[in-house]
Design a protein around this ligand. Structure first.
Ligand code: G16
Length: 539
């Protein structure tokens, strides 16, 4: 039944910030998934006795790609696959399944927050036995393999039924279909005080959770409605759909508009939250109030003592360089370790494994802890609910009190989308060459204290990564430039702006950042080079 099929390479199978992400139509080309998966299997080498986890966010083409992966894994000698029922597993739940079962890795089929459907995006995230996504050194080897591939192996059998829980034997390989929600819920119950949260809802606390027609719907319904007792209908867009019902499942102020409008209306709930396509991103809202992901990380870190799993202490905290420095002040106050890494959750994994950090987060709506090796949307929501339950305060009160204690980092991100990759690459390289000449300059009263690329030297494996360019000012303000690594075509330039104030706590972020934005646009010559005088998406 095992067949060896001849194939020719594709030249575009390089992984980005988090796995391979392409237009669905690109991935649907003949042998595209097969080439990529065989290249992974070739890079791993001997697969005998190995176990992997497989699932996805239910997006268009997941069902077909999962069948291919199962048949190829069997043909390549994998011992066992643990597969989510009907092919569903969220990214955080997948990380937990890998760790809990001591599996050798896993494949989550998702393009995360990117839209799905025949005209949307598709993706494959590959994690190793750490439960986190593979480091760049390994993804580079896989990419080299994709450029040379000549054949792949597949088991020639009919599609496998993934609708029933249980164990089957496929071409000599064991396939165990699991409930993707059960283990995840148990893990959350071990971290948080569920009885305190039940009391919160029993007392009439209201919440709206927008699952954006993506994978977290079933997880959220089980946890918030069935276990914690929030009324039915608390979770909206709860059924995962192949095209997310036309939604762009990115939990931010632009794409989670329906939730944002609701939370800004007279009918607003006490608390609002959304997750992305594969359940690793989160957005936190109060009544008429938005918490930036950077502030959310700082507030979560400051409140670790309120959560049973962390009350005895945390190791330290890390953020991506592009994320605001809010959490650095909390780390200093608690005298815990503090790290800045390149954008990409995989850079946190070594820090967690070596017990340097417990919490980590990113401006791109990702927050998490060392309970797994991925960011975790529902974990962040449960953390916020726990702070509210313990303090009796609203989201806004908690955030304003945090600012009063530590000062406020005004922070926004400006995305210039759909750029020609040549134009974007040249903009970045020219800017990098220009940085030394900016050092020490005073522009409109803003004194530049340093201007340099961000270089991360991993304290655990010694690897060095360059990611983005940073202009820092004497007053603590910063401009960070980088190119996105999660798009499926063209280039997106991200410009991250931050301005810190200890006393001016109630201003408009855009107003506070106006002058720095001008400096950022001028320094990189964004209008001249891209033709864009303003960003396409501002978050
Ligand atoms: C991925 C990574 C994150 C990263 C984000 C944004 O998230 O896991 O660590 O912050 O991409 O990347 P970029 O700025 O390169 O587009 P996800 O949720 O897409 O897997």
């Amino acid at each position: 039944m095992i067949k060896t099929i001849a194939t020719t390479p594709y030249d575009d199978q390089k992984m980005g910030t988090a796995g391979l992400r392409r237009k669905s139509k690109v991935v649907m080309q003949p042998n595209y998934v097969e080439n990529f998966m065989q290249s992974i299997f070739n890079t791993i080498g001997d697969l005998h006795g190995k176990t992997f986890v497989v699932g996805g966010d239910g997006r268009y083409y997941n069902d077909i790609a999962i069948q291919k992966i199962i048949k190829m894994a069997a043909a390549n000698g994998v011992a066992k696959l643990i597969v989510g029922q009907n092919g569903f597993i969220s990214t955080p739940a997948g990380s937990n399944v890998i760790l809990k079962n001591h599996a050798n890795g896993g494949f989550i089929l998702s393009a995360s927050h990117n839209p799905g459907g025949p005209n949307g995006d598709f993706g494959i995230k590959y994690s190793n036995e750490s439960g986190g996504q593979i480091p760049s050194q390994i993804s580079d080897k896989i990419y080299q393999n994709t450029k040379m591939i000549t054949e792949y192996k597949i088991c020639d059998i009919p599609d496998i039924d993934l609708s029933e829980l249980g164990v089957q034997n496929i071409c000599g390989m064991t396939v165990e279909v699991i409930d993707p929600v059960k283990d995840y819920v148990e893990m959350m119950q071990q971290i948080f005080d569920f009885s305190a949260l039940k009391k919160l809802f029993a007392a009439g606390f209201t919440m709206r959770f927008d699952a954006m027609n993506a994978v977290t719907g079933p997880y959220a319904v089980r946890i918030f409605e069935e276990i914690l007792g929030a009324p039915k209908g608390t979770v909206v867009h709860a059924s995962p759909l192949p095209d997310f019902g036309g939604l762009h499942p990115d939990p931010n102020l632009v794409y989670a508009k329906e939730l944002v409008d609701f939370m800004n209306s007279d009918k607003a709930a006490d608390f609002g939250a959304a997750n992305d396509g594969d359940g690793d991103r989160n957005m936190i809202l109060g009544r008429h109030f938005f918490v930036t992901p950077s502030d959310s990380l700082a507030i979560i870190t400051d409140n670790f003592q309120l959560i049973p799993a962390y009350k005895n202490g945390i190791y330290g905290v890390a953020k991506s360089a592009a994320t605001s420095t809010a959490v650095s002040r909390v780390a200093r106050a608690h005298d815990i370790g503090y790290y800045e890494v390149p954008t990409g959750w995989k850079y946190f994994v070594n820090l967690m494994d070596s017990k340097r950090i417990t919490f980590c987060g990113e401006e791109s709506f990702g927050t998490g802890s060392s309970h797994i090796r991925e960011k975790d949307g529902i974990w962040a929501v449960l953390f916020w609910l726990s702070i509210i339950a313990a303090t009796g305060k609203s989201v806004e009160q908690i955030t304003r009190e945090h600012w009063a204690k530590y000062g406020r980092s005004y922070y926004m991100r400006f995305d210039f989308e759909g750029l020609d990759t040549g134009v974007a690459d040249k903009l970045m390289s020219d800017l990098e060459n220009k940085l030394p000449s900016l050092n020490g300059k005073n522009i409109n009263g803003f004194q530049i204290s340093s201007a340099a690329p961000f270089i991360y030297n991993d304290p655990v494996d010694g690897s060095s990564t360059k990611n983005g360019l940073i202009i820092s000012f004497a007053d603590g303000s910063r401009i960070v430039y980088r190119l996105s690594g999660t798009g499926s075509s063209g280039a997106t330039l991200r410009v991250y702006l931050e301005r810190y104030s200890k006393t001016d706590l109630d201003n408009e972020p855009l107003k506070m950042l106006e002058e720095i934005l001008k400096i950022a646009m001028d320094a990189a010559e964004i209008p001249e080079r891209t033709g864009k005088h303003q960003a396409d998406v501002i978050t």
